[in-house]
Ligand binder design. Structure first.
Ligand SMILES: O=C(O)C(=O)C[C@]1(C(=O)O)C=C[C@@H](O)C=C1
Length: 93
C-alpha cells in the first residue's frame, strides 16, 4: 500500500492535467459561443448534449468510473459553458 504523500502526489498530478485539459476545452467552447452569437444559435443544444452524454457514459464504464459521476461533472461543466454563451450574447455590440 502506497503512503498518503504518494497517493496525494498522484492526485496533484491528475489535477494538473485536468486543469490543463479543462482550459483547452473552455477555449474551444469560447469559440463555439462566439460562432453561436454570430449565427443567432441557442446557447444550449440539447440534441448535441444527448449524444455527448451517451458517449460519456460509455467512456466512464470503459474506464471504471461511475457513469453518474461523469454525468454530474459534465452537467456542471456544460452549465458553465451555457452561462458563458448567454453572457456573450448579451455583450453590447
Ligand atoms: O457544442 C455546443 O453547441 C456547445 O455549446 C458546447 C457544449 C459543451 O460544453 O460540450 C455546451 C453546451 C451545449 O448545450 C452543448 C455542448
Amino acid at each position: 500500500m502506497a503512503d498518503l504523500a504518494e497517493l496525494r502526489a498522484n492526485i496533484d498530478e491528475i489535477d494538473r492535467q485536468m486543469i490543463t485539459l479543462l482550459a483547452e476545452r473552455f477555449k474551444y467552447t469560447e469559440e463555439v459561443g462566439i460562432y453561436k452569437d454570430q449565427h443567432g444559435l441557442s446557447a444550449q443544444d440539447p440534441s448535441r448534449e444527448a449524444q455527448q452524454f451517451q458517449k460519456l457514459a460509455l467512456y466512464a464504464e470503459q474506464s471504471g468510473l461511475n457513469p453518474r459521476y461523469a454525468e454530474q461533472i459534465y452537467r456542471h461543466i456544460m452549465d458553465l459553458v451555457i452561462s458563458r454563451h448567454q453572457e456573450l450574447k448579451t455583450v453590447q455590440k
